[in-house]
Design a protein around this ligand. Structure first.
Ligand code: FES
Length: 69
């Protein structure tokens, strides 16, 4: 089974790589452009749940890092 990776981009979206099914609150699947999608985490996208690049101009800051093992 292919694994899925979710990467929190610095000051940007969550990048999802791998075979996932993304649904709305009713369980209806979104049409996705393949196995690489970017999900908004700044709240500013006009195309939620997808990133539309608004994080670049709305001052979104999220540069946190995971704790080192
Ligand atoms: S993270 Fe890109 S528009 Fe919100």
């Amino acid at each position: 089974m292919e694994s899925v990776t979710i990467k929190a981009r610095e000051n940007g979206p969550y990048l999802i790589k791998g075979p996932v099914v993304l649904t709305d609150a009713d369980g209806t699947p979104y049409a996705t452009p393949g196995e690489n999608i970017a999900l908004c985490r700044c709240g500013g996208s006009q195309t939620k749940p997808f990133c539309d690049g608004s994080h670049r101009t709305n001052g979104f800051v999220a540069a946190e890092r995971a704790a080192q093992p």
